[in-house]
Design a protein around this ligand. Structure first.
Ligand SMILES: [Zn+2]
Length: 246
């Protein structure tokens, strides 16, 4: 298993400010001149993710906290995805019931009874090819055996709204590969909100967007004068990362 992607950073006069949202702590701004490495930005970001990212991933894949349910999804509804989700990030749904998952798709691998009690798949029993109780037991066994520890099933990873618009396959990102537009804008004004609404962008300003899509915003929304609202794209760039697990 490995994790890779791009982190968004802002570089001005050798000072680098990493930008990401989410629960994994983000590094403070740093000066390239203080770093003794060939690729100082990649070096700092890589080390940081190696430490905090690994710890975060361990937390979700480790046996102590349970494993994410293979029937869990960040997209509401049980049909094919038609429109980008406007769900609150980090809310897990069930692919079978189409509703919010009462245990947030986290299977407690050390407590079978709690899982059987917590999972409400019987509410969509007609969708199953076996009795709900039997289905749950089978799922629990499979999860416990480690058949479903794939990176896509990990709590805390979120989709990028723009990737979803593009119907990209890889639409779930690590927390450090996501930012949100509002974090880069000046203080909110009615004028700004009005312009963004006209461009169809206003409802997305608080949603997670990946570093790559973030840099595409000027092309995607050519009518929006981002610089007028404090967002100048020139100092921004992406930094690749890769985190390997055995
Ligand atoms: Zn994206």
């Amino acid at each position: 298993m490995h994790f890779e992607g791009l982190v968004l950073v802002e570089v001005e006069d050798n000072v680098v400010t990493p930008h990401w949202r989410g629960e994994v702590p983000c590094p403070q701004k740093f000066n390239i001149d203080d770093i003794d490495a060939d690729n100082p930005i990649e070096y700092v970001i890589g080390n940081w993710i190696e430490h905090y990212g690994r710890r975060w991933i361990d937390e979700f894949t480790g046996s102590g906290n349970g494993v994410n349910c293979p029937d869990g999804t960040l997209t509401p509804g049980n049909g094919e995805r038609q429109t980008p989700t406007t769900a609150t990030p980090d809310t897990w749904y069930c692919k079978i019931t189409g509703e919010t998952c009462p245990i947030q798709a986290l299977v407690p691998t050390d407590n079978k009874e709690a899982f059987i009690r917590g999972c409400n798949v019987e509410e969509a029993a007609e969708e199953l090819d076996k009795p709900p109780e039997q289905y749950k037991k089978g799922l629990f066994q499979a999860v416990r055996k480690g058949e479903f520890t794939g990176e896509h099933h990990m709590a805390g990873r979120e989709p990028c709204w723009q990737c979803q618009q593009k119907q990209a396959v890889e639409d779930v990102h690590d927390p450090w590969a996501l930012t949100a537009i509002h974090l880069h804008l000046d203080e909110e004004t009615m004028d700004r909100k009005k312009r963004f609404r006209q461009a169809g962008l206003e409802s997305w300003v608080g949603h997670p967007i990946c570093a790559e899509c973030f840099l595409e915003l000027p092309d995607l929304f050519p009518d929006v004068e981002f610089s007028k609202w404090g967002l100048n794209f020139e100092p921004y760039q992406t930094v690749p990362y890769r985190l390997d697990f055995d």
